[in-house]
Design a protein around this ligand. Sequence first.
Ligand code: CU
Length: 114
Amino acid sequence: MFAHRLLSALLVSMPLALPLGALAQGTPPATSPAKASAPTAAWSEGVVKAIRKQEGQITIAHGPLVNLGMGKMTMTFRLGSPALAAGIQEGTPVRFVAENVNGALTVVALQAAK
Ligand SMILES: [Cu+2]
């Protein structure tokens, strides 16, 4: 009952509340609903081209890195930890998270793609 009255009130008052510009162009786009979960890390895909654990480096032919604004390319990252590369070899298709850590593009999560 309350909801019905509220809706009626909104329907009555809305055209008056909208600026003329909005009426001419239609209703503004609804904002997308907030995600329920915590922000997820930006996983990217690629293929490992080289791993140099001693230097803490990994070269990946990667697809777009949305969080870094980077297109597809082959490049060398810092390896956040040698343990990340366990079970990963040259030629392994991977999913990974790359972040800018103190100015160095760093792989902070890495797993073999299924
Ligand atoms: Cu890149």
